[in-house]
Design a protein around this ligand. Structure first.
Ligand SMILES: Nc1nc2c(ncn2[C@@H]2O[C@H](COP(=O)(O)OP(=O)(O)OP(=O)(O)O)[C@@H](O)[C@H]2O)c(=O)[nH]1
Ligand SMILES: [Mg+2]
Length: 191
């Protein structure tokens, strides 16, 4: 079922961020991990651009969800193939959003590719979130690409560095995990 949602604005600098108001849920993760796909699946229709080419999302895109919260689709970090000047620009826009001390940022959804688990840059972001006491959950994406044995191994590896926080599995193909991810979002944004 589709959730009422509308595209609000696309920002490339903090001055363009909407004034703090509704609770915000930000989607963070490496390029191509599936941030925009997860956002679209949660909403129930295609609003954020997705692509096979890493680096598709190039600005901070805000979507208003049911008049109750904002979803924030961020550019992917760590896309090595992007020209340095471009990737640095995106990094700045991600940093500026996270460092903006937005009190309305209620939840960061940190996406990991279930086939790869934690990579150095993900760990840096995780430590940054913990240092700044930002509530976050981890979503392992593209789980449809793993068999059960691989999934068990992936779960073990992810849990080694993240023993007890919220960890959910997601597939954009089957929709696995959508209900549970929504439950966590509702619970966190209602507080
Ligand atoms: N099989 C499978 N493919 C997925 C899944 N999620 C995303 N993809 C594919 O992975 C590619 C990247 O997805 P996006 O949602 O654009 O990734 P992103 O993290 O927003 O990428 P950037 O905006 O470039 O940072 C697309 O081709 C998607 O169709 C999934 O759960 N399963
Ligand atoms: Mg994207």
């Amino acid at each position: 079922m589709a959730t009422p949602a509308k595209f609000l604005l696309s920002a490339t600098a903090p001055a363009q961020f909407p004034p703090p108001g509704l609770p915000e849920v930000a989607f963070l993760g490496r390029s191509n991990v599936g941030k925009s796909t997860l956002l679209n699946t949660l909403i129930g229709r295609k609003m954020a651009f997705t692509s096979n080419t890493p680096g598709r999302t190039q600005a901070v895109n805000f979507f208003e969800i049911d008049g109750r919260m904002l979803f924030v689709d961020l550019p992917g970090y760590g896309f090595a193939k992007a020209p340095k000047s471009v990737s640095r620009g995106w990094q700045e826009v991600i940093d500026s959003y996270l460092l903006d001390d937005r009190k309305c940022l209620k939840l960061c959804v940190l996406l990991l590719d279930s086939r790869r688990g934690w990579m150095e840059i993900d760990i840096q972001l995780k430590e940054w979130l913990e240092f700044h006491q930002r509530p976050y959950m981890v979503v392992a994406t593209k789980v449809d690409k793993l068999n059960q044995k691989e999934k068990n191994a992936s779960q073990k590896a992810i849990r080694e560095r993240y023993p007890s926080g919220s960890l959910l599995w997601f597939s954009g193909l089957s929709g696995q995990g959508v209900k549970e991810i929504w439950q966590t979002i509702w619970k966190t944004t209602a507080q």
